[in-house]
Design a protein around this ligand. Structure first.
Ligand SMILES: [Zn+2]
Length: 125
């Protein structure tokens, strides 16, 4: 399952960020995943539940921002999002040229809970 590998990667990254920030618990993972990754959101949530077990992300919520694939029409030059693998310009019905992007797989930020180590964050500043 392709989703599980990705979920594990995100959980690992988030755990690393949390450790560096001196946090014990991650409460939320904010990530950005391109449509080219073709992730099923249902599979992704169950994969995340498996991946987070026993880690700092155990009670975290996974928030995924889906980045669409974009194409540019060779005739009218408008940029449109490719939905359902339909590459045709909505106005000209001509196949658009793919633009870079859509393959993102990034952990943008995490929300972490410092509750268990009060003072750790304050000492740093
Ligand atoms: Zn067009």
């Amino acid at each position: 399952m392709h989703e599980l590998a990705i979920a594990q990667q995100l959980v690992e990254l988030a755990g690393e960020h949390a450790r560096r920030a001196g946090a014990r618990r991650v409460t939320r993972l904010n990530c950005r995943i391109g449509a080219l990754r073709r992730l099923e959101s249902d599979l992704m949530s169950s994969a995340f539940e498996i991946a987070r077990a026993g880690t700092a992300c155990e009670e975290a919520e996974l928030v995924v921002e889906c980045v669409p694939i974009r194409a540019r029409c060779p005739i009218c030059a408008q940029v449109f999002a490719v939905a359902d693998w339909n590459w045709r310009c909505p106005d000209c019905a001509v196949e658009g040229e793919p633009l870079p992007g859509g393959d993102e797989l990034e952990l943008i930020s995490i929300d972490a809970d410092n509750e268990l180590t009060p003072g750790a964050a304050e000492h740093e500043s």
